[in-house]
Design a protein around this ligand. Sequence first.
Ligand SMILES: Nc1ncnc2c1ncn2[C@@H]1O[C@H](COP(=O)(O)OP(=O)(O)O)[C@@H](O)[C@H]1O
Ligand SMILES: O=C(O)C1=C[C@@H](OP(=O)(O)O)[C@@H](O)[C@H](O)C1
Ligand SMILES: [Mg+2]
Length: 414
Amino acid sequence: MKRYGLIGEKLSHSFSKEIHEAIADYTYDLMPLSREEFPRFMEARAFTAINVTIPYKKDVIPYLDAIDDAAKAIGAVNTIVNRNGRLIGYNTDYTGFLYMVRKHGITLQNKRVLVIGNGGASAAIQAAVRHEQAAEMIVVDIVKGNGAISYEECFAHHLDAQVIINTSPVGMYPKSGASPLDLALFHCLEAVLDVVYNPLSTKLVLDAKDRGLPGVNGLEMLVAQAKQAVEHFLDTLIDDAVIDTLYKKIERERNNVILIGMPSAGKTTIGQSVAQRCGKEFIDMDAYIVENCGKSIPQIFEESGENGFRARESEAAIALAGRNGAVIATGGGIVKHKVNMDYLRQNGIVFFIDRSLDKLITTDDNRPLSSSAQAVARMYEERIELYRKYADHIVDNNTTIDACAERITEILNR
Ligand SMILES: Nc1ncnc2c1ncn2[C@@H]1O[C@H](COP(=O)(O)OP(=O)(O)O)[C@@H](O)[C@H]1O
Ligand SMILES: O=C(O)C1=C[C@@H](OP(=O)(O)O)[C@@H](O)[C@H](O)C1
Ligand SMILES: [Mg+2]
């Protein structure tokens, strides 16, 4: 019987089963192995082809009969094919990374490249950067040595890096507020790549985008390395187009849909409709806060003022930003604290629901901030630039709820 799959120590968060089974028509098993189980598994050779992940990418090498040049240069293998009893090793992290670089039109040749982190993923990427003939490659790590310099040394001498590649886990969920370095320091920066794919866009990638630079997340590389592994598994060539299709599909499924805009603009109502149309879960952030506090919004404002409410709103934003594939209607003031949007944007595509001001005035007790035309106008003045700044898309809501929800669904599906 043919057997395909992935070995590694902890595999519960792996996307590989989903990706492989979308590209090929075999069953792909996640096979977590403890350190004790690992040697027996490799000696038995009872598989057709496997991928290898942390911590076994180096440890598999002694069990193999041959490895290709890239895997040899890197000293790590992520793909093993059993060809009539002979185990052959490859490294598609290397080729997957090169796919991602080329796809985004990023040139490494003659560039000063800064690689953050010096672990397994870094080894493959360092080999790829060398292959692309970078002018200079600096590796920085929290642990100095083994080819890596310290952050101190990096800040003292290498702020002229042109391309930054994060191979470290810094910025990965659940510590997604973190970034390995402040991009503002790097005055020659042209592009940033990150191997982390949960969240879909790390803080580092969003910082690059905010500076008008290409910021590339690790999901594309993940899909590319899997597609190239399938090619080795089945000894066939597959069109690269499948990478983009699959990458976009996973991104669409995992991204949250975040609705922002003035109070009464229609975020809650439209959010429910979008969720229903797309078969996604709906979360209303105000309702989430009320449920968690056991108090109504006016009650929270009364007891702890706007600041008290904003603190609870930030807690909710950070918690909900870790969700996947939900439609999240925020409260109108979400944009007032940058940290809220910093988190929500990591796993979300942001829609600004724009409704004309005269339609926003309300005597609803639940909206203590929008009871008069003056109050609404003042609030609008204060926030409009922020709504625009954070929006990936601006959608008009001056006709029907249905029309607006339909427009959002259209944008999501294109
Ligand atoms: N396009 C629209 N047509 C008619 N009523 C609308 C429209 N958009 C919003 N509303 C109404 O405005 C009120 C406020 O909407 P809601 O979804 O609660 O806004 P938000 O969550 O942005 O504060 C609701 O009664 C909703 O039905
Ligand atoms: O704009 C705001 O500052 C607020 C908007 C409300 O949500 P809606 O936008 O759903 O009304 C709610 O979060 C709170 O009353 C504060
Ligand atoms: Mg609402």
